[in-house]
Each structure stands twice: as structure tokens, then as C-alpha cells.
Design a protein around this ligand. Structure first.
Ligand code: SF4
Length: 578
């Protein structure tokens, strides 16, 4: 079964911005925090915010002093003023595109125009827009409403940003025939029109469409209706547990999309459910392949083998003899630390990677034993490699254990902000990269009869940067879950676009470093074949950026394969040069 994921599905810019404003405020809040009405029409987000102590304010008189956040839909100006007059700290998260419509209505209202809003009666955005019309606004939502329209001397026509583009076209065509002097502004947000266009296009290539989103979300309902109108079986569900596998029986290609208020992780759960269903329906070799791939990723064995392979490749870069013991030590350390991180950072995993969270819960005792044993075995191996590798690995293991733990008692904070190392912005990506660089380059070099010199530091930096790119790709994928739990990863600090730009820049540095390193005798000639890994990583970035693959198991497998690839290249190199 093929899965086709809509590029436009999920949070639109305005909703993402509003949710991020609320989550950031919730993670740093000092007093009561409210959203004025539900921040979006999505029950999962509302429940989540409730758990984080964010209340939905429906009656401003009931609010204690505190902060109130205005949602992406916006509010009438008098409501905003009265909230301020009540002494509340008002944070306006109105979408900039809704603000544009408000501005148009206000500008024309001040010139005496009437405002005709094409939208849903009682929709919060429409109610907010109406407030800017100086009492001269009215709402219509179908062509049949036009004959009843008064013939105004001057009027401006605008649309609710999530209005059906075809309905708006029909209405405005009719209006411009009857009232050619009216000024018409198509204020449908392109995020909505692109989403609607995509579902129509998608319908030509799929056998069924799943629309994910809240049942009370107008734009999601509209999307499901457009899907149904195409004639392709379309199912509107709110969450993965509502997916009925029998509905997908005998279908070859399934399309998935989501409303503007559907979180990525909710769409992700639906995607993974269908991906698992597809894998379970596969037969023979393909089925075995999917199951093995899943088990290797869930158990962290794949990434551990990858660490061993990278250690092997780094030895060739340094021109020292690769040994099984250094590769094994790296694999054991990486296994135990990544496992430990999963156990101490369960909350984010539930949003970012629910399958892995469920796997950890199911096999918790066995995985805990494996974590402790592999950590201890790694240390024993380091001890036999020398006292320096042992002490460094011991220190790194202690750091790894402390990473998710409170360092100081009570509410004491380092620099007045941080209680845990993980709370330092970007720390996760940087520390993982440095730990991998140490265990795959520095420790094997210390164990070899070679001095720690510039070439070792050079390869350490090169390897750490490669691992940094790999970890940052997963950070980008996990942004929503990390933001929910208040973890400031690189993409949260820099934003997704800037992080992607940074990663591309680092890949260029990694490429340039190879000939430069060889030229200055810092790495062996083996650096050139290792360029394949950099181009491979660049390919993964492209896959993510162009949305060619949803970040499920298949994408994770693709990214993690870079380290295995380095081992395969190293083995091939050794065979080649004898
Ligand atoms: S649909 Fe468009 S206008 Fe509405 S909140 Fe999203 S980005 Fe803003």
C-alpha cells in the first residue's frame, strides 16, 4: 500500500505561530495564563494546554490577573480593549493574514463603506472581522444569500480566510454582476486554497483519502467535503485510534491530509498507523525486511551498529589500524546513552515518536537491563584500552546520566534559567555530536600507538559535525513535541528554515574539509570515498525539505543508514587496497 501525504496538511503558518506563542508562554509562565477561547479547534491541543495549566477564557470577568493570549482567529477591537482595561496582560497571536482582512475592513469602514464578509455565521474569525466594520458589516455564505443583499452605495467584499475558494468565486461573480461598483478582495489565505487544491489533485492519484482534524474545525470539515465531492472515498477522523483498517482493505494508494489546526504529531500517528498496516500486509521478503528494520530502529541496535561502523571508518581516516574493540566500545556506549535518553525524556517521545514510547513501555525491564549492561560493558572495554579512554568514557557516561536530571535542589537555577543541562538551548544536538566524536575518534586514537595531534582533532571535528547534522535533522522532525515539553532544540531557537540553511552550510564545510584535510596531511586518502556519506546526508535533507517522505520509520531508517554506509565504504576500501 502506498501512502501519499499532502504537502500542505497540518498547521498553517498562523495556527503554528499561535500555538508556539501559547506553548512558549506556558513553559515560562509566572502567573495565570489564558487563551481567549480555544486556541484552535483541536481537542488534542486543548487537552495538552490544559495539562500545562493554560485555561480557556470564555468570560473575561472570571479571569484573575494574568496573561491572556488572543488566538489566530483574532477578536473584535472592543473585546481586546476591554481585556486590557481589566488589567490583563494581552498577547495578540492573531494571524498576520487575518490582521490584513481586519485592516481592509477598518480602512473602508472609516470611509463609510459597508463590509460584506463571505464566511460562516458565528465563526470566531468572522465575529472578529465584523467588529472592524463600524456596525456596517453583514455575513453571507452562499450564492442564494445575494438576492437579499441591500444595494449599498459603497461596499467592500472580503472572505473569511478559510472560506471555500469555489464558493467565494461563485459569490463574487454574482456580486460583480449585480453590484459592479463594490470593491472585492479575495482574502482567502493561500494556505487554505493550496490545501483545497491539493486534495482535489490528490484525489486523482489515490483510492481513498483520510482527512485528519477536529470535528469542530470548519476548515477540516470543508476539506473532507471537498474530498467527498471528488468521488473518492474520504474519511474524516480526529485521531489515529479512529482509523478503521477494513476501510482501507483492497486499496493501493491512500492519501492523507490534515486541517490547518491539526498538529503534525496527530497526522504523524495516522501516517504511522497506515505505514504499520501496510508493512503488516506485505508478504514474504518485503514483510521480513520491514519487521527487521522496525525492530533494529526501535531497539536502538541500528544506531549502535552505526556507531561501530563510524569508528571503523574514522580509524581509516586517521590512518590507524581499526580494531573490533574500539568499534564495540563505541557501539555499547551509544546504545546505553541513547536508551537512557529515551527513558528520561519520555514525555517528548510520546508526541514525537509514539511507537517508540509504546515499545519502551512494553519492554521496559529488559531494555533497562540492556542499558545498564551495555554501559558497564562499554566502560570495561574502555578500561582495557587504557586508563585515559576509561576515565573519559566514565565522565561522559556521568554527563549523560545527569543530562535530564535536576542539577541543583529546589528552584535554584543556573544563570537564573536552567535546572537541567537539557534546558540549555541547543545542548542536545551539540552534546550528542561531541559525545559521538569523542567515542568514535578520540578514544580509539588514545588507545592506538599514536599521539593526540592536529589530525585527531580535525577528524574529531569532522565526525562531530556529521553527527550534528544527523541529530539536527531529527530535531527538526521533532520540533512540535520538543516545544510541548519546553526543550529548546536548535530548530526551536533558530527556526526550521535557518536550521536547514545551517545544516546545508555545514555539509559544504564537511565537503571542503576533505581535500583540505588531505592536502595538509590531516586525513588519509580514504577521506575521498567518505564524501559519499556527505552527499547521502544532503540527499536526506532534500527528501525532508521536499516532503518526499513523511518522517516515519522509513525516513528514520534512511537517515541512520549514513553510519552503516561509512562502515561499508571502509570495508570496501580495505578490500580494495588489501
Ligand atoms: S488559514 Fe491562513 S489566515 Fe487562517 S490562521 Fe492559517 S495562515 Fe492564518
Amino acid at each position: 500500500m502506498k501512502i501519499k501525504l499532502a504537502r500542505t496538511g497540518g498547521f498553517c503558518m498562523g495556527v503554528r505561530r499561535a500555538v508556539e506563542i501559547v506553548l512558549d508562554a506556558a513553559n515560562t509562565r509566572k502567573g495565570p495564563l489564558y487563551t481567549f477561547g480555544p486556541i484552535i479547534h483541536n481537542p488534542q491541543i486543548i487537552n495538552l494546554l490544559e495539562k500545562k495549566g493554560v485555561s480557556v477564557l470564555t468570560d473575561p470577568a472570571a479571569a484573575e490577573q494574568g496573561t491572556v493570549i488572543i488566538r489566530a482567529h483574532g477578536v473584535p477591537p472592543d473585546v481586546k480593549d476591554s481585556l486590557k482595561q481589566m488589567g490583563l496582560n494581552v498577547v495578540d497571536a492573531t494571524c498576520p493574514r487575518v490582521i490584513r482582512v481586519q485592516t481592509i475592513i477598518r480602512k473602508y469602514a472609516l470611509k463609510g463603506y459597508h463590509a460584506i464578509i463571505v464566511g460562516d455565521h458565528n465563526h470566531p474569525e468572522v465575529m472578529g472581522l465584523l467588529g472592524y466594520a463600524e456596525g456596517r458589516g453583514l455575513i453571507i455564505n452562499r450564492p442564494e444569500d445575494i438576492p437579499a443583499l441591500p444595494d449599498f452605495e459603497r461596499a467592500v467584499v472580503v472572505a473569511q480566510t478559510t472560506q471555500n475558494s469555489r464558493v467565494f468565486s461563485e459569490i463574487t461573480r454574482e456580486i460583480s454582476t449585480r453590484f459592479p461598483h463594490y470593491s472585492i478582495f479575495n482574502t482567502i489565505c493561500d494556505s487554505t486554497s493550496k490545501r483545497q487544491l491539493e486534495i482535489r489533485d490528490m484525489a486523482k492519484e489515490v483510492d481513498a483519502i483520510i482527512v485528519v482534524g477536529g470535528y469542530s474545525s470548519g476548515n477540516t470539515k470543508r476539506l473532507a467535503q471537498i474530498g467527498k465531492n471528488t468521488g473518492v472515498p474520504t474519511f474524516h477522523i480526529e485521531r489515529d485510534s479512529e482509523l478503521d483498517p477494513s476501510l482501507l482493505e483492497g486499496r493501493n494508494t491512500i492519501g492523507i491530509t490534515g486541517g490547518a489546526s491539526t498538529p503534525t504529531w496527530v497526522i504523524g500517528k495516522v501516517f504511522r498507523t497506515i505505514e504499520n498496516l501496510s508493512d503488516s500486509r506485505a508478504k514474504g521478503f518485503i514483510s521480513a525486511l520491514h519487521k527487521t528494520k522496525r525492530a533494529l530502529l526501535l531497539s536502538n541496535l541500528y544506531i549502535s551498529v552505526g556507531a561501530g561502523c563510524l569508528t571503523f571508518a574514522c580509524a581509516l581516516l586517521l590512518d590507524i589500524a581499526p580494531t573490533l574493540s574500539t568499534s564495540l566500545m563505541a557501539a555499547l556506549y551509544v546504545f546505553s546513552m541513547h536508551m537512557l535518553n529515551r527513558f528520561t525524556n519520555k514525555e517528548a517521545k510520546q508526541y514525537n515518536d509514539p511507537d517508540r514510547a509504546a515499545f519502551d513501555e512494553k519492554y521496559r525491564p529488559a531494555l533497562l537491563v540492556m542499558t545498564v549492561c551495555s554501559g558497564a560493558a562499554g566502560l570495561i572495554m574502555a578500561y582495557f584500552l587504557g586508563i585515559k579512554p576509561f576515565l573519559i568514557l566514565l565522565m561522559m557516561s556521568i554527563m549523560g546520566m545527569l543530562y535530564n536530571l535536576k542539577l541543583l535542589p529546589g528552584e535554584t537555577r543556573i544563570f537564573g534559567r536552567f535546572q537541567k543541562i537539557r534546558e540549555i538551548p541547543g545542548s542536545k544536538t551539540i552534546l550528542i555530536a561531541a559525545a559521538w566524536g569523542t567515542v568514535t575518534v578520540i578514544l580509539p586514537a588514545l588507545a592506538a600507538p599514536t599521539k593526540i595531534e592536529t589530525s585527531v582533532l580535525f577528524v574529531f571535528l569532522w565526525t562531530s559535525l556529521l553527527v550534528f547534522v544527523r541529530s539536527a535533522i531529527f530535531d527538526i522532525v521533532d520540533t512540535q513535541g520538543d516545544r510541548i515539553v519546553g526543550q529548546e532544540t536548535l530548530p526551536i531557537v533558530l527556526g526550521e528554515k535557518r536550521t536547514l540553511r545551517l545544516l546545508k552550510f555545514l555539509l559544504v564545510i564537511l565537503i571542503i574539509a576533505i581535500p583540505a584535510g588531505y592536502r595538509f596531511d590531516l586525513i588519509s586518502y580514504f577521506g575521498y570515498p567518505m564524501l559519499v556519506c556527505i552527499f547521502y546526508m544532503g540527499g536526506n535533507l532534500t527528501v525532508y525539505e521536499r516532503n518526499w517522505m513523511f518522517p516515519g520509520f522509513r525516513f528514520e531508517f534512511l537517515v541512520e543508514t549514513v553510519f552503516l554506509l561509512s562502515g561499508i565504504i571502509a570495508a570496501g576500501w580495505l578490500l580494495l587496497i588489501g
